[in-house]
Unconditional design. Structure first.
Length: 92
């Protein structure tokens, strides 16, 4: 992989010149997610481009926590919140 690969919009959407054309976004992250900072930067860039963005970080959790809805209350909440955001975007 090259540095150019890392900055290609398909690999890192934050580098796209067409962010302003995207629909509303919901970005849910975890405190101990290695992608959290990149997700935050993406949300900030979307906001600068005029895209409506819902952002929520779940403290004390790890990447992939949303797959543990039966064991982790916050996981259930995150899935419900993500679904609510999708519903809102689809039925506006």
């Amino acid at each position: 992989r090259t540095e150019a690969d890392r900055s290609h919009p398909y690999a890192s959407p934050v580098h796209s010149e067409f962010l302003h054309t995207l629909p509303p976004a919901a970005i849910l992250t975890a405190e101990y997610d290695p992608l959290r900072d990149e997700a935050r930067a993406y949300a900030e860039q979307l906001t600068r481009e005029g895209v409506d963005v819902f952002v929520k970080n779940y403290e004390g959790l790890i990447h992939g926590f949303a797959g543990f809805t039966a064991e982790v209350e916050e996981a259930y909440q995150a899935v419900a919140e993500g679904a609510a955001q999708l519903r809102e975007a689809l039925y506006k």
